[in-house]
Unconditional design. Sequence first.
Length: 351
Amino acid sequence: MPPKEPAFFNPRARVSRDFSIIAYSAFLKNFKGPKIFLDSLAGIGARSIRVANEIKSIEKVIVNDVNQQALEIGKSIATLNQVTNCEFSENEACRFLSLHSTRDGRGAIIDVDPFGSPSRYLDCAIRATFHGGLLSVTATDMTVLHGIFPEACQRKYYGTPVRTIYGNEIALRLILGCINMVAGRMDIMIHPLFVQHSMHYYKAYAKILVRTNTKDCMGYILHCDNCGNRKAVHEVEHTCNICNSKAKLAGPLWIESLHDKDFVDSMISEEKNLTVDKSCTLFLEKCKEEMGMPPAYFTLDEIGHRKQSAPPSLAKIIEKLKETGHRATRTSMNPTGFKTDATITEILSLV
Ligand SMILES: [Zn+2]
């Protein structure tokens, strides 16, 4: 086990690293090209040394950090674990990524895991990702993404957050939206494969591709505090279409799918062969269920609060919605959350 050095290693991020191992493993299964993993802000290498150690198909891992002391710890962990396919690099993250932006130097998988916002690294990270490669990005600046500092969010993610009960979904969509906007400048497009958050670790996994389509995946989420209405829209709107109140608007952000079906399927099959937390299975099953559902989930608490009574169980509410011809599923974003194509008025009338 790595020593308890402050700032370098956070055991609470273990589940987040478990999901990385599953996602990378699933990704490399179908990746044709040099299987190189570049960890740009590796710290002591908690993620990258696991990648080197646990993913059999990986060819090379480069563990980069600007902190020499952290790298020394990483080197001893690698030696202790007899990991031989790791190289260490001491450089500032953007310089490191720029060195790997040449045709032959790019990574199949790039990870950006900073303290706070990843936005300043996105340009370099996209350039260092193989076309058809995977970019994984962590954000931990929750106060910014959850709307406590909206100006900072606008500055860092080009989008405005709204404080809602489904703020974690908005945060993940803002992160993807920002990656997409930065990629767009380089004529590159992203295809989100998987998103996940545990505690204050928000992580998005997106495939980096040469731009081929012009589909507009960006938009806004309109939220009405008065009636609880929410919906994804492509254009700016300020009025609630249910109660005519002035609504809030989050975005611009990513309004298309957060997960790729085939990718999550392959994560589910990879997960069985890896040593990861048991909670990963349930999470992945929920991701699979909620695919294709409209953005912005509802929660039982919220329904109970609006009805001023105890809400029914999650299973019951989903069943009722389905009985009345709606689509409804659980969501990976919240244990008491559900996604549906029913409006808030329709949900409340059923309860
Ligand atoms: Zn309304």
